[in-house]
Write a protein that binds this ligand. Structure first.
Ligand code: SF4
Length: 442
């Protein structure tokens, strides 16, 4: 899916495997990147991986081979489920293409990883569990229940905890929805991307447009009233995809939450090959801006709050899990390529499924790498994360004058010394965040 996971930190709109904006801490192409915050890549002193002996100790300070230790019990857990039926044309996520998903093998390995890694903390409950991918819905209802049971044994969900699963439309039916609900899932993130048949075929999606409506009805009929829908914008114009019609079709299904991802061409994807040999042309920056601003206006007009650069929600339906990433909360990451964060340090697991599996089967921490954040890195993240949400960033006294031109340009507003970017400002998020970080670091 397109998740937003510490592995997916790179671009606010990056559609990586469908879930760039949702579900952050999963993994992506490069260790420190996977849809989440490119910021994560700024950390100093990355440590190259190779799984570590689990006996290397939990209480040591961060360093080569040392596990990520939680001084304060984490309240959020991300589980990366890497399996996909095939690779979508734009996707560079850490996935394992499987016709038959080894759900038992995977669940046993997650249990083993939990045994092997010294995660510190206590028996405190967690607020969110997020199964991202990949395509977690391919685990089947029994596989999903098993994984949630295993994770819940170590990290019991609090009463009212948000438990999300990413799903492709072709995996959603009455049986799967009932099974997920019985397993404790109370939120589904549906990877739709488009309702246009040509666009779906070009993206190598496994579902057709008709299956999206069937899936939405199955969620509604099954009582899953908290769900999200992903769309990708800025597709090549030659596809003749009608963005306005796709937005209207999405709104007609009444999802409580919508995530948007602008198409970017990542290395080593089918789209990159098509572009390099001249068979496709990327959507222009004009299209990118026009479609993003059209979505902002249309979705806000339909009652959705544009509460984060890529996310829109009806009242009370924002993503609690993703909010943890945007507020700098600590989280545990399990599964291949998953990232974890304890407020000072980040670690990520071996990216490839086979490498991750080998580590845990050999009784080793599947550590792929780690990095400590310097004060400069934390400043950069604080600015970037603050600016990407509608809550905004508290300005320091010396910054008010510096951002006045941004307000004059319509890129943001300042109220009670908080800078909040507008949709036009979010199109310039990276540049504005870099500028403010530089000012704050002087
Ligand atoms: S379904 Fe799989 S291949 Fe397609 S975008 Fe999502 S993670 Fe990538």
């Amino acid at each position: 899916m397109l998740g937003l996971n510490p592995s997916d930190p790179a671009h606010p709109f990056r559609p990586s495997s469908e879930r760039v904006a949702e579900a952050v801490p999963a993994a992506s192409t490069s260790p420190a990147v996977n849809g989440l915050l490119p910021l994560l890549c700024l950390a100093v002193g990355p440590i190259d991986g190779a799984c570590r002996l689990a006996s290397s100790g939990a209480n040591q300070n961060v360093g080569r081979g040392r596990p990520l230790y939680f001084r304060v019990p984490p309240r959020h857990v991300y589980v990366h489920v890497p399996f996909c039926a095939r690779r979508c044309s734009y996707c560079d996520f850490a996935i394992a293409v499987r016709h038959r998903v080894p759900a038992d093998e995977y669940a046993r390995a997650i249990a083993r990883e939990l045994e092997l890694r010294a995660l510190g903390g206590s028996d405190a409950t967690v607020d969110t569990i997020y199964l991202g991918g990949g395509t977690p819905s391919l685990l089947g209802p029994d596989g999903v229940r098993r994984v949630i049971d295993i994770v819940s044994e170590r990290f019991p969900p609090a009463s009212g905890a948000e438990i999300t699963i990413e799903a492709n439309p072709d995996d959603v039916n009455a049986t799967s929805v009932a099974g997920w609900r019985a397993a404790g899932v109370n939120r589904v993130s549906l990877g739709v991307q488009s309702f246009h048949p040509n666009a779906l075929a070009w993206m190598h999606r496994t579902h057709g447009a008709d299956q999206i409506t069937v899936a939405a009805n199955a969620l509604a009929d099954g009582g899953m009233d908290n769900w999200s829908l992903d769309l990708i914008f800025a597709l090549p114009e030659a596809l003749e995809r009608d963005w306005a019609r796709d937005l209207d079709a999405a709104i007609a299904l009444a999802p409580p939450h919508i995530s948007l991802y602008g198409l970017t061409v990542e290395l080593h994807t089918p789209i990159a090959r098509w572009r390099d040999r001249g068979d496709t042309v990327e959507g222009s920056e004009d299209v990118y801006e026009r479609e993003y601003l059209h979505a902002d206006e249309t979705l806000r007009g339909a009652g959705y709050a544009h509460y984060e650069v890529s996310n829109f929600g009806k009242p009370g339906r924002t993503s609690r899990h993703n909010k943890s990433y945007w507020t700098g909360a600590s989280y545990v990451g399990l599964g291949p390529a998953a990232h974890g964060y304890n407020g000072l340090e980040r670690r990520w697991n071996e990216r490839e499924y086979a490498a991750w599996l080998r580590c845990v089967n050999e009784g080793k921490d599947p550590l792929g790498g780690a990095e400590s954040l310097t004060p400069e890195n934390r400043t950069s993240e604080e600015v970037y994360l603050g600016l990407r949400t509608s809550h905004g960033l508290a300005l320091l006294p010396n910054e008010r004058e510096a951002v006045r031109p941004w307000v004059d340009a319509g890129w943001g507003t300042v109220d009670s010394d908080r800078l909040r970017l507008t949709a036009t400002g979010w199109l310039r998020l990276d540049a504005l965040a870099a500028s403010l970080t530089m000012l704050r670091s002087r």
